[in-house]
Design a protein around this ligand. Structure first.
Ligand SMILES: Cc1cc2nc3c(=O)[nH]c(=O)nc-3n(C[C@H](O)[C@H](O)[C@H](O)COP(=O)(O)O)c2cc1C
Length: 415
């Protein structure tokens, strides 16, 4: 019997992924008090590594602890020996036990999405309702230098690559979007707005010259903010993804070998970023955006489609007029990869619900998969600074979610 496309290995730059499943970066707000690995963090990753995906992208890691969006966000601080040791132990152990799984780390700067109740909010051009201290050119240069330094360390301890975040309204997106029409080296023209990303790639490649260390990027092809990524101008509500395609071409020209497709922003509503049953057609927008990238990028660049958890096994996904035998994760994953629409599929919320999905699919045990219900549970926990995971299949998270909802309805009643 022919091997299904999802089970086939694929080259990503100079590396090889053993199958087409990618685990999305999913922050869980469960690091210890100093941004280090808690037992919970370690257990989560152990479950994911056991789960059999070809590539695992670790959650949004901050390099600037004074400017973060989660109270318990995972930190990489190359100047702190204890933090370095924790990273080194974690990576060495995972690479020893799972040498054929690609381990990628997502690096992120929160910018205007930093939480002011415990952190410092900064911005590139104040956005109504957000704002923050205005970053200057020297600040950007320092941030770029911190990424290069972090990547040198990650390569040294055996990480396979990094995912640079240019999406979901965080700093990488804030600089890139047309709304950043401020007159400075990093604003205005496309060339200026893309400068942060491009300089960062060049500096990282210089710091880690060997190509077996993968450079990748997660990019919102468009978001839901007028003047946002993939919009036609600084205040335009018109979606025009041409610039996002141009941006990704510039990334691959600077050594990026994989792009994780995404849409939307964590700041302005979650429906586009995380399709749910109320707007199931957003799943098809993700696939269309991934295909747009696939069509325009070099064949050597791996295009990874996200936003697919809602597909499930074809049932209870809110889709009408679609036969469940076709409208499901594996059918679309296999047929789209076979047709060349994209190269891999990434699992976000589904990886909370069942970290073992890839292994279950590959061993034919699909009837044992816990399917994500795409409920608001995990997102609500994250936004309330709680340790985050699946509230359907994992009792401690379910309990926390129930308490949160009860507290909220109590507060609503008394207000
Ligand atoms: C609770 C939660 C945490 C997330 N954390 C991250 C993150 O750390 N980095 C990131 O790029 N995206 C993050 N995302 C977005 C997901 O990676 C993914 O793009 C999105 O959930 C859509 O994929 P899905 O349909 O498979 O869930 C998060 C989403 C949720 C719901």
């Amino acid at each position: 019997m022919a091997i299904p496309p999802l089970a086939r290995p694929v080259h990503i730059g100079k590396c090889l992924a053993k199958n087409r499943f990618v685990i999305q970066p999913m922050e869980c707000g469960d690091s210890d008090l100093r941004g280090g690995f808690s037992q919970n963090t370690r257990t989560r990753y152990e479950n994911l590594f056991r789960g059999g995906a070809g590539m695992i992208v670790m959650e949004s890691v901050t390099l600037q602890y004074d400017c973060r969006c989660r109270r318990h966000q995972l930190l990489l601080d190359v100047h702190d020996q204890d933090n370095r040791d924790q990273w080194e132990d974690f990576v060495r152990e995972k690479k020893r036990r799972y040498p054929d799984t690609l381990l990628i780390v997502q690096l992120n700067h929160s910018g205007e999405l930093a939480d002011e109740s415990f952190s410092r909010r900064v911005c590139v051009k104040p956005l109504p309702g957000y704002g923050g201290v205005l970053l200057e050119e020297d600040d950007i240069a320092e941030i770029i230098a911190s990424y290069a330094e972090a990547c040198r360390f990650l390569a040294y301890i055996g990480v396979d690559g990094v995912d640079l975040k240019f999406c979901h309204g965080y700093l990488g997106a804030q600089l890139l979007r047309p709304y950043n029409d401020r007159r400075w080296k990093y604003g205005g023209s496309f060339e200026n707005r893309a400068r942060f990303a491009y300089e960062m790639c060049e500096r990282v490649r210089y710091a880690v010259p060997h190509e077996s260390f993968l450079l990748g990027a997660k990019v919102s092809v468009y978001d839901e903010l007028p003047g946002g990524q993939g919009h036609a101008g600084p205040d335009s509500p018109i979606i025009d993804p041409e610039e996002s395609v141009r941006f990704c071409k510039g990334l691959e020209h600077r050594g990026v070998s994989f792009i994780i497709e995404t849409l939307g922003s964590a700041g302005f509503g979650w429906n586009l970023m995380c399709p749910n049953r109320n707007a199931p057609d957003n799943v098809f927008r993700h696939m269309t955006a991934a295909k747009l990238l696939r069509k325009n990028l070099r064949s050597e660049t791996t295009v990874i489609c996200g936003g697919l958890s809602l597909l499930r096994d074809g049932t209870h996904n809110g889709m009408t007029g679609v036969d469940p035998a076709h409208g499901n994760l594996f059918y679309y994953g296999n047929t789209c990869i076979e047709r060349g629409d994209f190269d891999m599929i990434a699992l976000g919320r589904q990886s909370y619900a069942d970290p073992a999905l890839p292994a279950k699919y590959l061993s034919g045990k699909t009837d044992t998969i816990n399917w994500c219900r795409c409920c608001p549970g995990c997102g609500t926990l994250l936004m309330n600074q709680q340790p985050t995971g699946c509230v359907v299949y994992n009792p401690p998270y379910a309990e926390r979610y129930r308490t949160l909802k009860a507290d909220k309805s109590m507060a609503d009643r008394s207000s």
